[in-house]
Design a binder for this molecule. Structure first.
Ligand SMILES: NC(=O)c1ccc[n+]([C@@H]2O[C@H](COP(=O)([O-])OP(=O)(O)OC[C@H]3O[C@@H](n4cnc5c(N)ncnc54)[C@H](OP(=O)(O)O)[C@@H]3O)[C@@H](O)[C@H]2O)c1
Length: 267
């Protein structure tokens, strides 16, 4: 029997990629989509979503789905939780939306007491492997000798910066060094920031064209530089990963799960 999926953000770039891949997967079925505008209902032409509705009308779809996959925007995810947190209990939720602040994160924690919630800033195998490699490098290379600078690039329409993936990479370095990222991060530099303090983690965002997503972590010492990086070549990479996550998280006990767990990379 096919797994019934509802996609929030159905009209977006990721929503459309998910639609195509779900149509190609015999074990999955998109039973509907959620978007934000009144025009949503007119945008099912040529798509596999039988209907695309506003958050306020999504109750029936959510009651019928096994997994909700969310690639929308933080305020839209917040509205969805406001309106349907009770309906989502006992179901599974895959969250790909980035730029989520602490209060929304806390609400996902609350929902995870009654639903299986898998969230990830990046659903690619390569990036999830990269996060582990970066953490390992940061354990070996002392903060006093190796300056870490993270550079990411994305398409011109991306709304948040730095990317959720850059923050995850920064957190991997900070965790390995036993510090909180917020205490040592420096988002860009301009003016006269002065000499770079040891232990700082620099975050830099490039925006332009249709770059799908690139990340490089530089460990810069006096005599060498180690660069670990990843380039996504198609948005389908993230959509495919989100569907791997949907299959994996469906039917699990309530709780928070990671993509590393779904990929078996956490051991
Ligand atoms: N985790 C990952 O691997 C990964 C990969 C790629 C992207 N992402 C994230 O996924 C999210 C969606 O990316 P996308 O490239 O598909 O975006 P997009 O093309 O702009 O699509 C956004 C979708 O969300 C809806 N939406 C609702 N409220 C919105 C708001 N306030 N602002 C913008 N859109 C809103 C839009 O509906 P309307 O059409 O009605 O406006 C549309 O369906 C972003 O947070 C992005 O950073 C994550």
């Amino acid at each position: 029997m096919a797994l019934d999926i509802v996609v929030s953000g159905a009209t977006g770039r990721m929503g459309q990629a998910l639609d195509r891949l779900i149509q190609e997967a015999p074990d999955l079925r998109a039973i509907g989509g959620i978007a934000r505008t009144d025009a949503a209902a007119d945008r099912t032409d040529g798509s596999g979503y039988p209907s695309i509705v506003d958050v306020a009308e999504a109750g029936d779809l959510l009651r019928r789905c096994a997994v909700l996959v969310d690639f929308s925007a933080p305020d839209q995810l917040g509205r969805l939780l406001d309106a349907h947190a009770d309906t989502l209990k006992g179901r599974a939720l895959v969250v790909g939306t980035t730029g989520i602040e602490a209060d929304l994160e806390a609400r996902l924690d609350g929902l995870a007491e009654a639903a299986a919630v898998l969230s990830a800033p990046n659903f690619s195998v390569g990036v999830n492997l990269l996060i582990g490699l970066v953490e390992r490098a940061a354990r070996v290379l002392p903060a006093g000798l190796y300056d870490v600078e993270i550079v990411e690039a994305h398409h011109a329409r991306k709304e948040d910066a730095p990317s959720g993936t850059a923050l995850a990479l920064g957190r991997a370095v900070a965790d390995a060094r036993g510090v909180a990222l917020d205490q040592v991060r420096r988002d860009g530099r301009s003016g006269r920031p002065g000499a770079r303090p040891a232990g700082e983690i620099g975050l830099h965002a490039l925006r332009g064209g249709d770059v799908v997503g690139e990340h490089k972590v530089h460990f810069i010492a006096a005599r060498e530089r180690l660069v670990l990086g990843h380039a996504a070549q198609s948005r389908d990479l993230f959509a495919e990963g989100a569907l791997v996550a949907a299959r994996w998280v469906s039917g699990r006990e309530p709780g928070r799960y990671t993509m590393a767990q779904a990929l078996g990379l956490d051991g």
